[in-house]
Design a protein around this ligand. Structure first.
Ligand SMILES: Nc1ncnc2c1ncn2[C@@H]1O[C@H](COP(=O)(O)OP(=O)(O)OP(=O)(O)O)[C@@H](O)[C@H]1O
Length: 124
């Protein structure tokens, strides 16, 4: 996919809030240095991981968007794919492809095949 427009990667906060069941504890996958990560699910079975960045980030909106665009263009078998973002007020979300527990083994032992990842159509 050719990504030249940041707007094509932008999703509504409410869509992602719904997919994560309002960022419920049940959907929490873990906590990283920049915020918590939640599992999101859509009606068609599509699964994503949503990182909700801590609101105390001092990065500006333009820098945030530039970084999203840059990282979304990176594609490597050992990198988790960034699928999009949301930016509404002080809420900043990053959307990644969802990795199942067994994925790390597959990555490490080289059994991971590119065509086994399901493409996810996130509703706009
Ligand atoms: N794409 C994903 N699919 C499934 N689980 C994920 C995904 N991304 C993150 N997680 C879960 O959320 C946790 C936190 O992830 P995150 O990337 O924020 O933190 P980290 O790499 O541990 O730390 P840091 O933010 O300091 O780099 C992970 O340990 C993992 O359990």
């Amino acid at each position: 996919m050719e990504i030249d427009n940041i707007e094509s990667l932008k999703y509504n906060f409410s869509t992602l809030r719904g997919a994560t069941n309002n960022f419920s504890e049940d959907n929490k996958l873990g906590q990283g240095g920049f915020g918590a990560v939640y599992k999101g699910k859509f009606g068609d079975g599509c699964e994503i991981a949503v990182k909700r960045l801590s609101t105390d980030s001092r990065q500006g909106d333009i820098e945030f968007k530039n970084e999203v665009l840059l990282v979304a263009k990176l594609q490597h078998r050992n990198l988790v794919r960034l699928l999009g973002f949301s930016l509404e007020g002080s809420e900043r979300l990053l959307i990644y492809e969802f990795l199942h527990n067994e994925s790390l083994d597959k990555f490490i032992f080289g059994k991971f095949l590119k065509n086994t990842t399901t493409t996810c159509d996130i509703p706009k």
